[in-house]
Design a protein around this ligand. Structure first.
Ligand SMILES: [Zn+2]
Length: 364
């Protein structure tokens, strides 16, 4: 799920809000988090009007990021810095002379990837871009770093240091922490670590050891990064969206000892998930959140792109199923796609009670 940057067109109807004052319309029991970007002066007031309480944005442009935090404070919106496993510039800043240790897939998976990349048909033959696949073999088109390489952990610790130096930041949001083939990595570092794991666990079959090693190291990487962030700033909030899908166990988010774990409850693309599936996933996300750790809250993620097949009515049905399933925290990506579509923004506002929009001429 990329943090998209797109132009902003939305003009919301409504009254006027006084900056810096609480907005009684927002439902405090529900928390809406948007993953996006753009210019703070455009985005933050519109996000507040649509009911967002938290935003995840890029931190690299110091001035933009500071504006998000300052405006966020005025509108009661917490700001998170976006950390993602495909961030090759972050690697380069930490290790300028070393090639990035990228994840490696099998030849069959590489071939599937080539087919996906060459597919220019509308809808890309139902390719799901890292969500639960519809087709037999899928892989993520975005290259990802291999977190089995200890340098990757160090590179992201360095990035967390950078992020948490910004005054007023609420926290860090993890993204893309997973496997490009949705299961494991076959690079030399991963193969060596797997061989050592197999020596420690001779009772496991090859398949079981590969799956257990891949799962345990995925969970461990998340938990070590979050623990590191807490050593830098004890009151930091660490949140995530589980993505790309981990096929052996799609709803594994409750293994992560983070503050909020966003898991997909309604994916972007056709075939759109049934309302029954959205409700069932939401129930698991809400009720199983604290199964392994006391800290995490569950959150349901809705995918919504700028060319989304989802109408306002459809979004309303998805949100209703999520709330009925017990998830009071909802994440949506892309924030900007929602803000740019009045019907979509209205659907979220209906459930999350946004701040009255400021549309008086000259005020925006
Ligand atoms: Zn690897």
């Amino acid at each position: 799920m990329k943090v998209f940057t797109v132009p902003f067109m939305l003009a919301m109807a409504g009254g006027f809000a006084v900056l810096g004052q609480p907005h009684p319309g927002r439902d405090r029991a529900r928390i809406l988090t948007g993953w996006g970007g753009g210019k703070a002066a455009d985005v933050v007031p519109k996000a507040a009007a649509a009911g967002f309480a938290e935003l995840v944005v890029h931190h690299e442009n110091t001035e933009d990021f500071a504006s998000f935090i300052a405006l966020g404070k005025q509108h009661g919106i917490g700001i998170y810095a976006w950390l993602y496993l495909g961030d090759l510039p972050a690697w380069k800043r930490a290790y300028p002379a070393a090639a990035p240790p990228l994840q490696v897939m099998t030849p069959a998976e590489d071939q599937a990837l080539k087919r996906i990349e060459a597919d220019k048909t509308p809808g890309k033959s139902q390719y799901q871009f890292g969500g639960e696949p519809v087709n037999e073999v899928e892989a993520l088109t975005t290259p990802l770093l291999c977190f089995h390489d200890p340098r990757v952990f160090k590179a992201f610790c360095k990035q967390i240091d950078e992020m948490l130096r910004v005054p007023g930041i609420r926290g860090v949001a993890f993204d893309y922490i997973g496997y490009r083939n949705y299961r494991c990595c076959h690079c030399p570092v991963s193969r060596n670590q797997l061989a050592a794991y197999r020596k420690e666990h001779p009772e496991m079959s090859r398949e079981v050891s590969l799956e257990r090693f891949s799962f345990e190291t995925l969970v461990d990487f998340n938990n070590r990064l979050a623990a590191y962030a807490r050593t830098v700033k004890p009151d930091v909030q660490v949140i995530t969206h589980i993505y790309p899908v981990y096929l052996p166990q799609p709803l594994y988010g409750n293994h992560l000892d983070l503050d909020v774990c966003g898991q997909t409850a309604a994916w972007y693309f056709k075939p759109l998930w049934s309302v029954a599936k959205i409700g069932a996933y939401s129930r698991i996300i809400a009720t199983e959140a604290k199964r392994y750790h006391a800290r995490p809250h569950g959150a349901a993620l809705i995918g919504y792109g700028k060319d989304s097949a989802k109408s306002g009515k459809r979004l309303t049905a998805e949100l209703q199923a999520i709330l009925d399933g017990g998830c009071s925290r909802v994440h949506v990506c892309s924030l900007n796609a929602v803000l740019n579509n009045p019907a979509a923004a209205a659907a979220f506002r209906r459930f999350f009670g946004g701040e009255p929009a400021r549309v008086q001429a000259g005020q925006e």
